[in-house]
Design a protein around this ligand. Structure first.
Ligand code: HEC
Ligand code: HEC
Length: 253
């Protein structure tokens, strides 16, 4: 499974980073790499390959095949205190999980549990989860509908322009290529959804990528299978661009 996903991801990365701002090419590559949960679930289970040559292996089981939404629902109530009812957080410091890709949720929970993505609250939460709990929780949250939240009217237009077209002058690719026209991400590739995400959280994560602190450990830039792309992109964003695009995705559905 991990192998198949890596193969899918390679063309998108190559299109964006070898051809610079080849935005049209990146669109094409991203849509070519967008089969969803169903074909993925049908694929034969390949041996898990470590995501990086020298970093700790990131386990990426297939939650769409292995997870139980019902079992996840029972466990998820303890997440609601921070992440809100069904993952629709009310407080801007807590990311929304409703409608997030299961593959991405699994990866992040493994990274929290391994202490690579560091956050005291999530370290405590993830420590008590088994691999099966993680798969169950991931498919539960992926199946929830993101609700509420709108874009800041003074910021979203600039954010939309950046999201849809990128910024050629600063070699910033369009976010839509990987995060999708409605901010749904790319579930098969594990690219996260951004729609209805808390803008304060989005800005915080863009800053974490830009200053290299999103992950720790021996290879923080390659700790997650595809994270290198965001480290590169976020560095090129100005604070105003981060704010604008975060406001836009908060209103996206
Ligand atoms: C005490 C509050 C708290 C609880 C309870 C909690 N979380 Fe979190 N969670 C957070 C915070 C804060 C973050 C953001 C961490 C950061 O900024 O890196 C987070 C981040 C996450 C992320 C990453 C989201 C993303 O978009 O990258 C996932 C996945 C997650 N939590 C899942 C869970 C699950 C599943 C549970 C229940 C088992 C849970 N959390 C319970 C506070 C909490
Ligand atoms: C080439 C594909 C690609 C492009 C283009 C891209 N992203 Fe990403 N983005 C990703 C991937 C993959 C991740 C997950 C990385 C990881 O695992 O840490 C991600 C993660 C993120 C996150 C963290 C989400 C969370 O829940 O914590 C934010 C925020 C984000 N991207 C915003 C943007 C914005 C804004 C743009 C446009 C300026 C953009 N991305 C362009 C692939 C991309």
């Amino acid at each position: 499974m991990a192998k198949r996903r890596l193969l899918l991801i390679v063309p998108a990365v190559a299109a964006i980073f070898t051809a610079g701002t080849a935005l049209a090419a990146s669109h094409a590559a991203a849509s070519a790499a967008a089969p969803r949960a169903a074909p993925m679930a049908a694929a034969p289970a390949a041996a898990n390959t470590p995501a990086t040559a020298s970093g700790p292996p990131v386990v990426t089981p297939d939650p769409y095949r292995d997870g139980s939404e019902q079992a996840g629902a029972a466990k998820a109530t303890m997440c609601f205190a921070c992440h809100g009812p069904n993952g629709n957080s009310v407080s801007p410091v807590f990311p929304r999980l409703a409608g997030q890709n299961a593959v991405y949720i699994v990866e992040q929970l493994h990274l929290f549990r391994a202490g690579i993505r560091q956050n005291p609250m999530m370290a405590a939460m993830a420590a008590g989860l088994s691999d099966q709990d993680i798969d169950n929780l991931a498919v539960f949250f992926a199946a929830q509908t993101p609700t509420g939240l709108t874009a800041d009217p003074t910021l979203w237009q600039a954010g939309q322009a950046l999201y849809l077209s990128g910024d050629r002058k600063h070699d910033i690719p369009a976010c839509v290529a990987c995060h999708g026209p409605t901010g749904q991400g790319n579930p098969a590739a594990g690219y996260p959804a951004l729609r209805a995400q808390q803008s304060a959280y989005v800005v915080a994560q863009l800053q974490n990528y830009a200053n290299g602190t999103r992950y720790s450990g021996p290879n923080p830039k390659t700790a997650a299978p595809n994270s290198i792309m965001m480290f590169t992109i976020a560095k090129r964003l100005s604070p105003a661009q981060m704010q604008a695009v975060a406001s836009y995705v908060q209103g996206l559905r």
